[in-house]
Design a protein around this ligand. Structure first.
Ligand SMILES: *Cc1c(COP(=O)(O)O)cnc(C)c1O
Length: 376
């Protein structure tokens, strides 16, 4: 037995880490030349300058330029904002702050973002699942039955991997249910694609509301690792006891502040508009394909769809991979059998994707027993 295996916390030995899109394909060599439509990243590079003038100094705990810029953008005072190493760090912090290890639980509504469960498991918090309904709405009766059982409730709107917004009414209903017993986290990683649906302005009314934001999606800065936790001051103060002393590096703060300045916001808005248009086109195309049995309505920068059966799902996924296009298999998620998710890349990338799927079907055929045979 290795020394790590001998000494590690027992639950880590069998634990499988988050299978990020990046990790899943890190071993496939040749990252260049591939088309990445599997991690909901934006396409295309950024163009930023950083200053190394004060790089010999520790950054501020919360760099002022960054907090001011985000405060302007989200219309909340800086006291309500905690900048983090991506929204993922926010998720982890909230669990570590509010869940007593080996005692408390978090509540999730699957199918949903994988990191809530991973972070909970990592911390030794139990996971209560109240699945979304068939229509991907909150199961309010199911939630009501769990009041008092969880310390943190994770809602994701727009949802990942489903793409749909929760209605403000159902979010409000969930907030009312857990008013006395749990922090209610609304993960708004994709809110820029429908900004009018944000609940960030509700913080005054709901002391137990926490909103998560990120620069990884609409701002096209996944590599930067910068996110924000929006909450009331007492919650921010508590999270600040748990977070590392210098969570945001100075170069990250510089780049993020630039992205949040007016020309950065303008570019972001243009990107969102283009993404929403391309998403509508891809949705329309998918809906016309006979092998596609369902296209989920999306308010984010990706589209989830269901294939007629598992053989077709694998055929499409593998056919694209062979042609260098990576999408995400979501079929292991609750109620998402035979489902695949495509991130909205550039127009060229999506055209190539559609062409590549056509190529797959042109060179192979699927017979009625779902056995794939190569065309003679
Ligand atoms: C991508 C994503 C995150 C993580 O964002 P980072 O800021 O890159 O850590 C959080 N929540 C959801 C729903 C996401 O899709």
């Amino acid at each position: 037995m290795s020394i790590a295996n001998k000494l590690a916390r027992k639950e880590l030995i069998a634990m499988v880490p988050y299978q990020s899109a990046r990790r899943l394909f890190a071993s496939s060599g040749d990252m260049q030349g591939k088309i990445w439509l599997n991690a909901n990243e934006a396409s295309g590079p950024g163009n930023y300058q950083v200053s190394s003038d004060s790089i010999n100094r520790y950054p501020d705990f919360q760099p002022e330029n960054l907090l001011k810029a985000y405060s302007q953008y989200c219309q909340l005072p800086t006291e309500n904002i905690l900048a983090t190493r991506g929204a993922d760090e926010g998720i982890e912090l909230i669990i570590r702050t509010f869940c007593q290890a080996y005692q408390d639980s978090v509540l999730i509504c699957p199918p949903t973002y994988g990191m809530y469960a991973i972070s909970a498991e990592n911390h030794g918090a139990d996971i209560i699942k109240v699945p979304l309904t068939k229509n991907l709405t909150l199961d309010l009766a199911g939630l009501k039955a769990q009041v008092g059982q969880a310390k943190v409730v994770f809602l994701c709107s727009p949802g990942n991997p489903t793409g749909n917004l929760l209605s403000q009414d159902e979010i409000q209903a969930a907030l009312e249910l857990f008013a006395e017993s749990a922090m209610v986290v609304v993960d708004e990683a994709y809110i820029e694609f429908s900004p009018e649906q944000s609940v960030a302005s509700w913080l005054k009314k709901y002391p137990h509301l926490v909103v998560l934001r990120t620069l990884s999606k609409a701002f096209a800065l996944a590599g930067l690792r910068c996110g924000f936790t929006l909450a009331n001051t007492d919650v921010i103060a508590m999270l600040s006891k748990v977070i590392a002393p210098y969570p945001v590096s100075a170069p990250v703060a510089d780049i993020a502040s630039t992205a949040l300045a007016s020309s950065g916001l303008e570019q972001m808005n243009i990107r969102v508009q283009e993404t929403n248009e391309l998403r509508a086109q891809l949705t329309h195309w998918l809906a016309q394909q006979e092998w596609c049995s369902q296209v989920f309505n999306s308010d984010a920068n990706f589209v989830l769809f269901r294939c007629q059966n598992e053989a077709i799902k694998n055929f499409i996924f593998d056919g694209l991979a062979k042609q260098g296009i990576l999408i995400r298999d979501q079929s292991k998620q609750l109620n998402l059998s035979d489902c695949l998710r495509i991130s909205i890349g550039s127009e060229d990338e999506l055209n190539l994707l559609m062409q590549s799927i056509r190529n797959s079907f042109a060179s192979e055929k699927i017979n009625t027993n779902n056995v794939i045979t190569t065309k003679a």
